[in-house]
Design a protein around this ligand. Structure first.
Ligand code: GCO
Length: 478
């Protein structure tokens, strides 16, 4: 679809975005809601994991988080003040179907009903994710994503939810970053449920994609035809360290596991041959993938969500600057069949996560998708950065590093748009400082500062900068 770029009205030097571009912020249920035991919600794998000593920094949990469950009205008012026209959030499966199957919890649906109405009252488009990692613990007790039945339970939950909320939610995403669910949840174990098994990574991977396909069908069967269904992936901007064949092969492997293992089945109905071969010693793909599965997985979707933070540089053998692969205390590798791959640090500035800052990686991902999937609209569903923000004595939060991060990455989006990538929107991660998974509350990604003791919200300088971009459709200088 051609885009109507407003460049004729652009102030000199400004970067323009198309009319109708979605400008939003993103969050996820477990990271902000709190009220973990309220109104019939049952535990998820993240409740179990965060309450297990040693799993999360400082023993932090999502029990209270940003108390968004009770403060959502104020948080939506804040978004409206910033002028956001879209909000991406996730629904907690354990609020809606607390045991993962069986009885539906009305009170859970009622909460999201109120949230959606409040967004619509403020003119903010709800963009909903059904699964942002909070699997009902009862399903994990039956094998979690390694159990094929979990995919069927997910489709049932999708149908129940869309039946209640589908008249008011125009955009539905099945899964957020299934790579993380499978590879970090079942491989390195740094995410819930904290397992360490490469065969299980691949089983979980296939069942997550099957869940996406079955849920897509379930959503289509109850949603109005105008509703959009999508999937969000954290595709990797993979770069070989050198053109040495060993480095090129490392890049092929990681591209296979991070990108093609998702894109090929979802958009072309097949798994990549080289990845099947690389992993044949770990899983019997012919038994795992049943007849018809790839047809389900490749049901057409309306857009693809991209989450991007930083690029990935790989080498096939040990260059001098590579970290030792088996540092004592390091988590096992999330990557099956990639023992020989080294992940190299990128020189230059990094965020508080130690993630290198490199906006070209976002441009790389968007233009690759433009070339490979020219008919699929793209949405940047997450992009942002953690820095060690604090409130100064005057009550301000100055975060110039985040402003320059956002400026650089939105410029990369604008460049990709100008070069023909069909990017429909951008969601900054995140609206609020929140529970950053295994890092607990130690990493602040928000454009709004949260004082967790008082729950006071303070928009950072980056929020004001972003609000100007949203209002004008042009990027102000950093
Ligand atoms: C993600 C996650 C977010 C993280 C963010 C920063 O989808 O990876 O959606 O929950 O908080 O990416 O790590």
């Amino acid at each position: 679809m051609s885009v109507d770029v407003q460049s004729s009205h652009a102030p000199a030097g400004a970067t323009a975005f198309p009319a109708g571009f979605l400008w939003g912020a993103a969050t996820a249920a477990y990271q902000i809601e709190g009220s973990a035991a309220a109104d019939g919600r049952a535990p998820s794998i993240w409740d179990t994991f965060s309450h297990t000593p040693g799993r999360v920094h400082n023993g932090d949990t999502g029990d209270i988080a940003c108390d968004h469950y009770r403060r959502f009205g104020d948080d939506i008012a804040l978004m409206a003040d910033l002028g956001l026209n879209a909000y991406r959030f996730s629904l907690a499966w354990p609020r809606i179907v607390p045991r993962g199957s069986g009885p539906v919890n009305r009170a859970g649906l009622d909460f999201y009903d109120r949230l959606v109405d409040e967004l619509l009252d403020h003119g903010i488009r709800p963009v909903v994710t059904l699964y942002h990692w909070d699997l009902p613990q009862a399903l994990e007790d039956d094998g979690g994503w390694t159990n094929r039945a979990t995919a069927e339970r997910f489709a049932e939950y999708a149908a129940v939810t869309a039946t209640r909320l589908g008249d008011r939610i125009p955009a539905w995403t099945t899964l957020n970053e299934p790579w993380c669910s499978a590879f970090l949840g079942y491989g390195s174990g740094v995410h819930a449920p904290g397992r360490h098994s490469h065969p299980e990574v691949l089983r979980a991977h296939h069942h997550l994609l099957l869940a996406h396909g079955l849920a897509t069908a379930a959503l289509r069967s109850v949603l109005p035809t105008s509703a959009e269904v999508s999937l969000t992936l954290n595709l990797a901007a993979v770069r070989p360290h050198t053109q040495d064949p060993a480095d090129l092969d490392a890049a092929r492997r990681i591209d296979g596991l991070a990108n093609r293992l998702f894109l090929d089945p979802v958009f072309h109905g097949r798994y990549p041959d080289d990845v099947l071969t690389d992993t044949a010693h770990l899983v019997d793909w012919d038994t795992l993938v049943r007849p018809g599965d790839l047809g389900e997985i490749s049901r057409p979707i309306d857009s693809l969500g991209i989450n991007y933070y930083s690029p990935t540089v790989v080498a096939g053998r040990d260059p001098e600057n590579a970290p030792a692969p088996d540092d004592d205390g390091a988590a096992p590798s999330p990557w099956p069949a990639a023992d020989q791959v080294r992940f190299l640090p990128l020189p230059g500035p990094a965020t508080a996560m130690d993630w290198p800052i490199d906006a070209d990686g976002l441009h790389q991902v968007l233009t690759r998708l433009r070339d490979e999937l020219p008919s699929v609209p793209l949405v940047v569903t997450e992009n942002g950065a953690a820095f060690d923000d604090y409130t100064d004595p005057d009550g301000h939060v100055h975060d110039p590093e985040r402003i320059s991060y956002l400026h650089a990455h939105l410029t990369a989006v604008a460049r990709a748009l100008a070069e023909g990538a069909d990017v429909r929107g951008y969601f900054v991660w995140s609206l609020l400082d929140n529970f950053e998974w295994a890092f607990g509350y130690s990493k602040r990604f928000g454009i709004v500062h949260v004082d967790f003791a008082s729950q006071r919200r303070t928009p950072k300088d980056s929020a004001a900068w972003y609000a100007r971009a949203v209002r004008t459709g042009h990027l102000p200088p950093p």
